[in-house]
Design a protein around this ligand. Sequence first.
Ligand SMILES: NC(=O)C1=CN([C@@H]2O[C@H](COP(=O)(O)OP(=O)(O)OC[C@H]3O[C@@H](n4cnc5c(N)ncnc54)[C@H](O)[C@@H]3O)[C@@H](O)[C@H]2O)C=CC1
Ligand SMILES: CCC(=O)/C=C/C=C\C[C@@H](O)/C=C/C=C/C=C\[C@@H](O)CCCC(=O)O
Length: 258
Amino acid sequence: MALTSKVAIVTGAAQGLGRGFSEILLQNGAKVALLDVNETVGKSLKETFDNQYGPDKSLFLSCNVESEEQLKAAFQKTIQTFGRPHIMCNNAGIINESNWEKAVSINLMGVVRGTYLALEHMNKLTGGQGGVVVNVGSLAGLGPLPCTPVYTATKHGVVGFTRAMAAASDISGYGIRFNVICPAFVQTDILNALYQPEKTGQFSSLIENTKKLIEMYGIIEVPDVSKNFLQLVTDETKNGEALAVLQKGCSYVTFPAL
Ligand SMILES: NC(=O)C1=CN([C@@H]2O[C@H](COP(=O)(O)OP(=O)(O)OC[C@H]3O[C@@H](n4cnc5c(N)ncnc54)[C@H](O)[C@@H]3O)[C@@H](O)[C@H]2O)C=CC1
Ligand SMILES: CCC(=O)/C=C/C=C\C[C@@H](O)/C=C/C=C/C=C\[C@@H](O)CCCC(=O)O
């Protein structure tokens, strides 16, 4: 799939992985709606992107993925400005084992909200032009991160949800591919939460185990994840794939055939 003039929507785009995903889409010629709750950082990123890629290539939209209304409005504004989307990346995510309902609402329900809106606007059966949805899981969507059981659960949920959507799309003919990217530890702000007792809550005592895991897997940089994200977007043969991204390289995950 060539990205020139394709329209993309990225949630949690203001910084970290979302910023990296947005930038690689822009570098490959797509137009990108940058959605985030952090207006200050989001607006400043839009200025940076304006200077690098031109003012008509991106759009910052203040949007909390916990709000169906705000997500709907963001889709409408994107369509008014750039046209119907071809690419949706549900990336916004947090770690909060104390306020775990919020983590579920953002990490899992936010992905479901964003995916269903993408389906509404991209489904070839209802006048859309098809395309691809890439959801952001984690290695914690494939195995446990003991200091964050709810974060782990949400990411397992994202992996299962994405694979089921891919199968539904195949069976029904939506013309949309659904893939999930599962990075190990990446150098972004979310890692700070692992060291903050108010974020890890009753599991803060597991800090030494977390440090061992980080030492074992290492910490990868955003561009290493972005280039693999781009593969899931552009490779038309990939649907229902979970791509694990580790320091030693990336691999498509094989699930047991039961
Ligand atoms: N950094 C890492 O080690 C890994 C991160 N991930 C996942 O990558 C995704 C992005 O996280 P990072 O860039 O690492 O963290 P980050 O904390 O740097 O970025 C998260 C972004 O999401 C935004 N956000 C938070 N809540 C939101 C909401 N309700 N609505 C809209 N935007 C919201 C934040 O403002 C921020 O811009 C998350 O889903 C995370 O779980 C997955 C595996 C590893
Ligand atoms: C923000 C923190 C975050 O999301 C990062 C999590 C990183 C690691 C969590 C770790 O505890 C989970 C490990 C799970 C492993 C599960 C299966 C692996 O065997 C898949 C490896 C795939 C491969 O080697 O290609």
